[in-house]
Design a protein around this ligand. Sequence first.
Ligand SMILES: Nc1nc2c(ncn2[C@@H]2O[C@H](COP(=O)(O)O)[C@@H](O)[C@H]2O)c(=O)[nH]1
Ligand code: MN
Ligand code: MN
Length: 478
Amino acid sequence: MLEGINMIGDLEWEVPIGYVPDMRVPGRFFLSRALAETLEEGAVRQLANVATLPGIVKHSLAMPDIHWGYGFPIGGVAAFDMTEGVISPGGVGFDINCGVRLIATPLTEADLAGKKRELIERLFSAVPTGVGAKSALRVSNKDLTAVMVDGARWAVERGFGTGADLVRCEAEGAMPGADPDAVSAKARQRGVPQIGTLGAGNHFLEVQVAREIVDPEAAKVFGIAEGQVCFMVHCGSRGLGHQVATDHLRTLESALAGYRIHLPDRQLACAPIDSPEGRAYYGGMVCAANYAWANRQVIMHEAKKVFAELFGIDYDAMRLIYDVAHNVAKFERHDVDGASTEVCVHRKGATRAFGPGAPGIPREYAGVGQPVIIPGSMGTSSFLLHGTTTAMQKTWGSTCHGAGRVLSRSKAKKEVRGKELREHLAGEGILVRAHSDSALAEEAPEVYKPSREVVRVVHEAGLSNIVVRLEPLGVIKG
Ligand SMILES: Nc1nc2c(ncn2[C@@H]2O[C@H](COP(=O)(O)O)[C@@H](O)[C@H]2O)c(=O)[nH]1
Ligand SMILES: [Mn+2]
Ligand SMILES: [Mn+2]
């Protein structure tokens, strides 16, 4: 473990004020000794840098999937006072509302026998993948405005799914406060052809089986049983979100001096929440977040159609369990020194994990806490968990978002042979389909931390509790 960091619990560490100059609050992160060797000094420094930002409340936080990111670490969570505090694109990430949804089908693993290859091929044809993937949808500029305001509801109203899907999305698939005027023509241009496309790299659509039910009662509430085939969709706001982040970072950087904000790293560019620049970024970010919910809704619909046709099952027999955002900033009410207070929570590679009875979670899940979806890798377990009261108290109702990368893309390309990886996974019964084997190398299971250990940390630290462990059966990658 790095020097100058204090262990304050079995799985909890503190980065004291003074670790870098001008820290206003301490940093805190959650990690086991087994994961300590994955901790990058640069990511801890970023965690400490975040603690220097104006108006940060209580702590700069990071989850066990912590790794180096743009400005803020990935796995980072920070809340800011609504008057004194700032909003920062670095605390959200370039892929605004990158997120995950999990869908349960009525099939078992045995039903897939002899059809798995065809299933993966059909999914690969139905869902456009790859960097510049284009959608079959024809969307006008006016439609795009509606997408950015209405999110998943836009898709449902056009026949991509049903109204029941909406309540099973965080924010019901559309955050309020979208400002289409804060989205540039270039961002629109990138967004128009990409609705319903997966993208590349880390994004995926994965067929999984619920291998182990850890919490039978919660699993029942979430509607998932042992042996059930599910599928998981991971993607975000594509080129539109990236462009929104790029555009606003430029504006925020040039406004820093005017607000007398001095940063240890310009990648933390930010502005007061209630300033023209801060409001514009928020309004643009919401547009991108809503676009991402529409995107995942369309992809889910296309994938459900493939399952329905191939296995002769009812479209409506496939049920969205939940959809979570893991790159977003939100205005939420939390307990601050005993008073319910509105703060701006940034989650950058972190998942909301609201506990039982918290506002904003579907009524059907209120007694358990919200579903939390944590992907692992194409060769290791993914998890369904539920949010907790401890998370509400310690992490602004947040937990990790994945296993977290340990090997850079360039190193992975040198160390892993994509073809060998694909054949090895096939030997384990996991069929992988991508445009190229070389793209697979960057996404090999060993480029990520071990998902079981990362999830064990959040479970034992009480930030979210494991409900189901899922194993991959087949994956489509960009
Ligand atoms: N089940 C799968 N999980 C995967 C795959 N590729 C990546 N991942 C996990 O997703 C998170 C997402 O993180 P992000 O920061 O890239 O959005 C990542 O940390 C991995 O744990 C996959 O093919 N299947
Ligand atoms: Mn993403
Ligand atoms: Mn993501």
